[in-house]
Design a protein around this ligand. Structure first.
Ligand code: PHE
Length: 339
């Protein structure tokens, strides 16, 4: 019996060593260790043995089973780790490789200018506010001293929504929100997208960007306004600029001005960019109309202020010498990738 067992065990170990894969191993397991396997069939003869021999035979059988089992386990582990190694080799991915066809984004030219102006004004104590693009008629017009029948409404071709709201035609409604939110004294700027129902051509868009500014304090003069505007322009163009004020009409400021900057290309001599005038119209501004302060909840007897509305889109075009406004909204990555 003993030598028979020994032989079976050796044969089994031999087959395990020679197995080609997990399937072979399973076949060996069933054949040798299974309920009807060769090792169990040996135990059928144990009945003929006396008690001592039977106990010894039982022990031998168990040792043989254990030897086969652990050989099976060890071989199985070998197959599994070889399979894992092969899989790691074939499915290897280099996570540091740049993805094909994807290039890093870059900030939009308007975003660049906006961020610079925000830095500049926050360093002078201004708060950056934003307001909704869908506005009430009241905030966009009435509270800015433009009542319903006022001709100034026609200056801004408005997209009206069916529910009576509108797409804001300028960032000035954020003045109204800012006065109510902050109260006097206040310094705020509000960059944002505005909409006008305009025919689109190289210099007109229905969607563009402005940056509103407002300062309210006890004593605010046109001299203060000019100082902040010059600081703003010098910061953006990175050099001193010469400005001039012309009278300009906006119902929400009194007096109102158009602030022109001396042409940065020709220095005032006259060129195609400034249409030979030597000046570029850039910044509508003025002292806040008392009605506007009042509607913003501020007492015009005690407080005064200035406000300006900078054309961010226009400024970006001047700074980067972009000659077609449609490029800015066009989404063409060949254009946008240059900034
Ligand atoms: N909101 C005006 C416009 O878009 C610009 C402006 C703002 C003028 C603030 C004066 C003061 O036309």
């Amino acid at each position: 019996m003993e030598s028979g067992l020994e032989l079976l065990r050796e044969q089994a170990l031999e087959r395990i060593r020679g197995a080609a894969g997990l399937e072979d191993l399973e076949a060996v397991r069933v054949e040798v260790l299974g309920r009807k396997g060769v090792l169990n069939s040996i135990s059928r003869d144990f009945g003929k043995f006396g008690p001592e021999d039977r106990a010894r035979a039982g022990k031998l059988l168990n040792t043989a089973k254990q030897a086969v089992e652990s050989a099976l386990d060890a071989r199985k582990a070998e197959f599994e780790s070889a399979a894992l190694a092969a899989r790691l080799e074939s499915e290897w991915v280099d996570l540091t490789l740049p993805a094909p066809g994807v290039r890093p984004g870059s900030p939009h030219p308007v975003t660049i200018i906006q961020a610079e102006i925000e830095d500049l004004f926050t360093s002078m104590g201004f708060t950056v506010l934003s307001g909704p693009e869908v506005e009430t008629e009241y905030n966009n017009f009435d509270a800015l001293n433009i009542p319903p029948d006022h001709p100034a409404r026609d200056m801004q071709d408005t997209f009206w929504l069916e529910d009576g709201h509108l797409l804001r035609t300028h960032t000035s409604p954020v003045q109204v929100r800012g006065m109510k939110r902050l109260g006097p004294p206040l310094r705020m700027i509000a960059p944002g997208r505005v909409f006008r129902n305009e025919e689109v051509d190289p210099s007109h868009e229905h969607t563009f960007y402005q940056l509103e500014g407002m300062m309210v304090d006890r004593e605010v003069s046109v001299a203060n306004l000019i100082y902040y505007m010059k600081t703003l322009l010098a910061g953006i163009f990175r050099r001193d600029v010469t400005v001039r004020l012309r009278p300009g009409y906006f119902p929400f400021v009194e007096p109102g001005f158009e602030l022109d900057v001396q042409c940065l290309l020709c220095g005032g001599g006259g060129c195609p960019v400034c249409k030979q005038s030597g000046w570029l119209e850039l910044l509508p501004c003025g002292l806040v109309h008392p009605n506007v302060l009042r509607m913003g909840g501020i007492d015009p007897e005690r407080w005064m202020g200035f406000a300006f509305g900078l054309g961010l889109t226009r400024l970006a075009m001047m700074r980067y010498q972009i000659d077609d406004i449609r490029l800015l909204q066009g989404g063409d990555l060949r254009f946008l990738g240059q900034f």
